[in-house]
Design a protein around this ligand. Structure first.
Ligand code: HEC
Length: 242
């Protein structure tokens, strides 16, 4: 009886796995981000404000908090990242109205404050690396990881345009791209840029994580010291016994 029950659950588990693989489409790329690198976060912020902020807000983030966390001066943030009429304590909003956006794209570009927690870092990285030419779409592109997305390939100047090889089999996660219009960056440089951008979005999704990283360092350092102290104390106490 028990064996049959175990067998049944095994079958169920295998069945679910097969379903998940079937519906998932292409296998996600590995984002491999590390938000402990402040330079990477700064570069990501710059890319976000240059290429994304026109359409997407991150309204749970304030400029001054970001300046503090990323080690940027308020002057730098004001000069490079903010619109003229904004104050340093403001939230990061977009100038475009939701109605206009809906008219242009058919959907309002979503706020990206917690997108890294909703989609996960690997999905974001894959999405930014998944655009390919598809002339049947109004934007001229489709996305391997977000089929029929309304978002244009806003980074095309950097990455260039790629086509999806026709022998690609998405179910088997074997696919390849071919560059048809070269961009300003090499593919490896583009991947670095999007990795920094994803790091920035991961930070935005959970700013407290940076604080935890710093505290974590001191906790480990403290435990290390405690260990050394305990070790020598032990040696001292047992010295006569051995
Ligand atoms: C020209 C406007 C525009 C710009 C600029 C833009 N996006 Fe988008 N984005 C959109 C639209 C519209 C959608 C909604 C797509 C849909 O639902 O099909 C979207 C969707 C997304 C999504 C998917 C959200 C979800 O889970 O549904 C992510 C992630 C995203 N954008 C990230 C970015 C990043 C990062 C940048 C900067 C490199 C950027 N976008 C620049 C218009 C834009």
């Amino acid at each position: 009886m028990i064996i049959r029950a175990i067998f049944f659950f095994l079958q169920l588990a295998i069945g679910i796995n097969v379903l998940a693989a079937g519906s998932g489409g292409a296998k996600l790329l590995d984002a491999n981000v590390d938000i402990g690198h402040q330079n990477s976060l700064q570069r990501g912020a710059q890319t976000y404000f240059n290429y994304c902020a026109g359409c997407h807000s991150i309204k749970y983030m304030r400029y001054n908090r970001m300046a503090d966390d990323l080690g940027l001066s308020e002057e730098t943030v004001k000069k490079n990242l903010m619109f003229a009429n904004q104050k340093i304590g403001d939230n990061v909003n977009v100038s475009m109205s939701p109605d206009e956006a809906a008219e242009w794209f058919g959907v309002t570009p979503p706020d990206l404050s917690v997108i890294s927690r909703v989609r996960g870092e690997d999905w974001l990285f894959s999405f930014l690396n998944g655009f390919y030419v598809d002339s049947s779409k109004p934007t001229g592109v489709n996305n391997l990881f977000f089929k029929d997305t309304a978002m244009p390939h806003v980074l095309w100047e950097l990455q260039g345009y790629r086509t999806l090889d026709e022998n690609s089999d998405l179910q088997l996660a074997t696919y390849s791209f071919e560059t048809v219009v070269p961009g300003k960056l090499k593919q490896s440089e583009y991947e670095e840029l999007t990795r920094d951008l994803v790091s920035f979005l991961v930070y935005v999704g959970e700013p407290a994580r940076l604080v935890r990283y710093k505290i974590g360092f001191w906790v480990i350092a403290f435990l290390g010291l405690l260990f050394i102290f305990a070790y020598f104390t032990k040696k001292e106490i047992w010295k006569d016994v051995n």
